[in-house]
Design a protein around this ligand. Structure first.
Ligand SMILES: CC(=O)N[C@@H](CCC[C@H](N)C(=O)O)C(=O)O
Length: 374
């Protein structure tokens, strides 16, 4: 297969998508942007699902179907890159690389619509990866059943690797995740009469501190887990004792058993806070994602092929505590997810993330070769 050179086109498309980040299940402009590209294509069957898209390209032989997934949503982050193509949607940013994922995915669609592979290809443009999770409902859709792939692949950008690096491992790549929302309700009141109130700022402070002991004291030190509180809200004014506080966070584990254990400890600590601070604690686990587990046999084949492909540099990586609802696809269909190096000083979910766009061309060339040969 000839090596394709189209860095500028890829950058233009990525920059256009970068300017219109939208929350999960609200990717309306993003969906339209992609549909406008796909409607030009010969022989590509294009379907919409919620704010997502499914594109089916029949192969010349069509005995098997190979799937590719790109996620579509942005994050509630105010961009601070100062780039000329920075987000035009206030308070929203593609800070997790989904603009690059969609650019690579849509370019593959264009390529394969014009250069038919032997196997059928199905491309899933999936909403809401950052939450509340689009993969699980998409898997239950009639479209997934109709085009059910035999194998499935996806990538995620990785700021810590040089542009064009493909980093992968067999087995578990990403963690099980659970969102964590805790509301504390007590009796607020006048700042001057603390004895007549139950202060939810103090209760929340204690709970945040106690939550730090779950990983350090309750999880097997040879296992791994994360409990992060990323957001905390309480009170209305400096001289009013807060009657409500809310903690928002996430739990990450490498097994479902550890997830249950961590949740049990969170519940015990919250019950302790209720008793100690005479308040009510309400826990909501929000969206839960299945671990990303790479099929051993397919990963071995993928790594052998990538190692000898001139466009990319292969690295065997370790597991990470990131979450990805692509894990649900891999529970249904064997496949592989990999990291694509994009060499950014600032990491994922940073308002300064500035991935190297030159990583997209080798990725597309590698995937034309890999997907086209399955
Ligand atoms: C790749 C990545 O950054 N994924 C997200 C997935 C979020 C899952 C869910 N909303 C949660 O926070 O638990 C991540 O934060 O790892």
């Amino acid at each position: 297969m000839d090596k394709l050179r189209f860095t500028e086109r890829l950058a233009d498309r990525r920059r256009a998508l970068h300017q219109i980040p939208e929350p999960g299940f609200q990717e309306v402009k993003t969906q339209q942007f992609l549909l406008d590209i796909f409607k030009q294509l010969p022989d590509a069957e294009v379907h919409t699902w919620e704010t997502g898209i499914v594109v089916f390209i029949p192969g010349t032989e069509g005995a098997r179907t190979i799937g590719w997934r790109s996620d579509m949503d942005g994050l509630p982050i105010t961009e601070e890159t100062g780039l000329p193509f920075a987000s035009k949607h206030e308070g929203m940013m593609h800070a997790c690389g989904h603009d690059m994922h969609m650019t690579i995915g849509s370019t593959l669609v264009e390529y394969f619509a014009a250069n038919k592979p032997a196997s059928n290809l199905v491309f899933f443009f999936q909403p809401a990866e950052e939450g509340p999770g689009g993969a699980e409902p998409m898997l239950k859709s009639e479209l997934f059943e109709r085009f059910r792939p035999d194998e499935m692949y996806a990538l995620h950008i990785a700021p810590e690797y040089r542009a064009g690096t493909v980093a992968v491992k067999p087995g578990i790549l990403f963690a099980n995740t659970s969102e964590l929302f805790i509301d504390l309700w007590g009796k607020g009141g006048h700042a001057a009469f603390p004895d007549q109130t139950e202060d939810m700022v103090v209760a929340a402070g204690h709970l945040v501190t106690q939550l730090q002991t779950v990983v350090s004291r309750n999880v097997d030190p040879l296992d791994a887990a994360v409990v992060t509180i990323g957001k905390m809200e309480a009170g209305t004014k400096q001289n009013i004792i807060a009657g409500h506080a809310r903690l928002e966070g996430t739990i990450r584990t490498l097994s479902q058993a550890a997830m249950q254990e961590v949740k049990g400890r969170v519940e015990s600590l919250a019950a302790g806070i209720e008793a100690a601070f005479r308040c009510r604690a309400v826990i909501d686990y929000g969206a839960n994602y299945m671990q990303v587990y790479n099929d051993e046999k397919l990963t071995a084949e993928f790594m052998t092929a990538a190692r000898s492909h001139e466009a990319v540099t292969l690295v065997e990586c370790g597991k990470a505590m990131t979450g990805e609802d692509f894990g649900y696809f891999l529970e249904e269909v064997p496949g592989v997810m990999f990291w694509l190096g994009v060499n950014s000083e600032h990491g994922l979910h940073s308002s300064m993330l500035d991935p190297d766009e030159s990583a997209m061309e080798p990725a597309v060339n590698w995937l034309i070769s890999w997907l086209g040969s399955r």
